[in-house]
Ligand binder design. Structure first.
Ligand code: F6P
Length: 547
């Protein structure tokens, strides 16, 4: 279907609603309806999503749901879940949902049910992760493998890294996890300095097994291990997670030590697959399965719930409202939980690699803004860094504020202070403070009239700044699974509205290719390669310094 927003009825309706609605103040909407908070909240299992502090009302939401209908969202969701090749540019199905299909109902790709192969790999992961945790699979010298090093980048790093950190509370006491992703030798050196070859398992995680950063890091680690224990040790200290058996074998890893996944699993959607091996080793396979179950609960909700109560759909459409009508092309994710501190980095890839696109599925340049810039960091830390701009800057930045009601570390009043802060931030951003209110406060503090007049503008807040508040019960594997799946589906819905392919990533290729051209120049094996004058001068300068 051709998508042209100028000819879209639903889009036009939203445009005209926006013209009247744009000046509406959320605090007036709250004043007019005592039940607004309840009305614009949804709960799934142990997760509550309050989206009431947004610039929306029933009329806006109805028009957004109509846009989703018009874009065929219902059919697109069904297409994804049934294994249709919705990653059109790469002619692939998109089946991260199959990896956590706990109902085990068949899902067909090219006439073949994918579930048996998924179940077989899960079974193999279970056996291996338990063997490592119980010390049945040991290192070459018979010692227990207690240092687990994941070597991967992008989706082969960020998901496992974020999830391991989020679920640190569940780690086996004698296991330590490390992550090497950056090609910067420092990343390798800093990990290798901390570990002992006899007790280290290297997991080489790469969907393609051709990624230069991962293979270079893996070779360095392999050499380090061989220098210490000899060539024969490799089979007991290296495993691979990949779709590319041939390259795994070429690298020198025994195919018995390879855990497969498939081209219908996108890199940034792969933590549920064999790529999650380090998570399974760290928290145990039962907990890994709980994470899959949490994601499955969100999948079922997403697939079966009417748009009006569908959490990923609602969050996605509110994002579209800001992005395409308010012209706000950025958004922040602020987890108020130390264990979730890497969630924003993970979501950055999920969202920006998925929806940072400019060409529609009909092979035309888009005529509206697509994926926003996503950033974030852990509360309360970020309140003391970039929140100043969020409260008083000229940019509006919609936020997701996330917190568990119960901490794994209930020490004194820490968690109550944390909870008070997240709630206060949402309230402050929404309500703001008028000049009159600021003046009254200054007066109560005993300031002179001259002081009050001088300071009241600086001390006022425009408010009307949107937030979603997501309250979890506790950060456990099930809850994390739900949360991550919620964001995956949110990104998918936005991709459907913008009519783009959320599952390719051609945008990362050009820079990779040019780096391969420049490398031989830096190494002195190629000369006089054509560059712009800036790049040429920079190459010359670096070579001079490194001589
Ligand atoms: O550079 C982008 C990317 O292709 C990601 O999409 C992917 O997650 C990452 O590189 C790593 O790729 P691989 O798992 O094939 O090493």
């Amino acid at each position: 279907m051709l998508f042209n927003r100028n000819k879209s009825k639903a889009w036009d309706r939203l445009d005209s609603i926006y013209k009247h609605f744009k000046k509406t103040q959320m605090k007036d909407l709250f004043a007019a309806d005592a039940k607004r908070g309840e009305l614009y909240s949804e709960q799934l299992e142990t997760m509550l999503v309050d989206y009431s502090k947004n610039r929306i009302d029933d009329n806006v939401l109805e028009a957004l749901f109509a846009l989703a209908e018009e874009r065929g969202l219902k059919e697109k969701i069904a297409d994804m879940f049934s294994g249709k090749k919705i990653n059109a540019t790469e002619n692939r199905a998109v089946l991260h949902i199959a990896l956590r299909n706990r109902a085990n109902t068949p899902i067909y790709v090219d006439g073949r049910d994918v579930m048996p192969q998924i179940n077989a790999v899960l079974e193999k992961m279970k056996d291996f992760s338990e063997a490592v945790r119980l010390g049945r699979f040991t290192g070459y010298t018979g010692k227990k493998l207690t240092n687990i090093v994941n070597i991967g980048i992008g989706g082969s790093d960020l998901g496992p890294f974020m999830a391991c950190e989020a679920l640190r509370h569940y780690w086996a006491k004698d296991i330590n996890c490390y992550f090497i992703s950056n090609i910067d030798g420092t990343a390798c050196a800093e990990v290798l300095n901390k570990i002992d070859p006899e007790t280290t398992l290297f997991i080489v995680a790469s969907k393609t097994f051709t990624t230069i950063e991962t293979l270079t890091n893996a070779r360095t680690c392999r050499k380090w291990l061989i220098d210490a224990l000899g060539e024969h040790a490799v089979a007991k200290h290296f495993i691979a997670l990949s779709t590319n058996k041939e390259e795994v074998e070429k690298f020198g890893i025994n195919p018995d030590n390879m855990f497969a996944f498939w081209d219908f699993v996108g890199g940034r959607y792969s933590m549920w697959s064999a790529i999650g091996m380090i998570i399974a080793i760290a928290i145990g396979f039962k907990n890994f399965e709980r994470m899959l179950e949490g994601a499955f609960a969100m999948d079922e909700h997403f697939k079966n719930t009417a748009f009006e109560h569908n959490i990923p759909v609602i969050l996605a459409l509110i994002g579209v409202w800001y992005n395409n009508f308010y012209g706000v092309h950025r958004y922040g994710v602020i987890p108020y939980d130390q264990y979730l501190q890497y969630l924003p980095a993970y979501l950055q890839q999920l969202d920006m690699e998925s929806n940072g696109k400019s060409v529609t599925l009909d092979n035309k340049f888009v005529d509206c803004a697509t994926g926003p810039v996503l950033f974030g960091g852990a509360g309360t830390n970020v309140q003391h860094s970039f929140f100043q701009l969020l409260h008083q800057g000229t940019e509006i930045v919609p936020l997701d504020l996330i917190v568990p009601a119960i901490s794994h570390n209930e020490i004194g009043a820490h968690h109550q202070i944390l909870l008070a802060n997240i709630l206060a931030q949402g309230e402050a951003l929404m309500r703001g403070k008028t000049e009159e209110e600021a003046a009254a406060e200054l007066e109560a503090a005993g300031k002179s009239q001259a002081e009050i007049n001088r300071l009241k503008k600086y001390k006022s807040f425009t408010g009307n700044r949107p937030t979603n508040t997501i309250i979890l019960k506790k950060i456990d594997p099930f809850t994390l699974g739900m949360l991550v799946a919620m964001y995956e589906h949110k990104v998918f819905v936005q991709g459907v509205i913008w009519n783009i392919d959320s599952f390719d990533q051609f945008g990362v290729e050009l820079g990779k290719k040019l780096a391969l051209n420049i490398l031989p120049e830096l190494q002195g094996t190629a000369h006089n390669v054509a560059h712009d004058s800036s790049t040429a001068a920079l190459i010359k300068h670096i070579k001079k310094i490194r001589k």
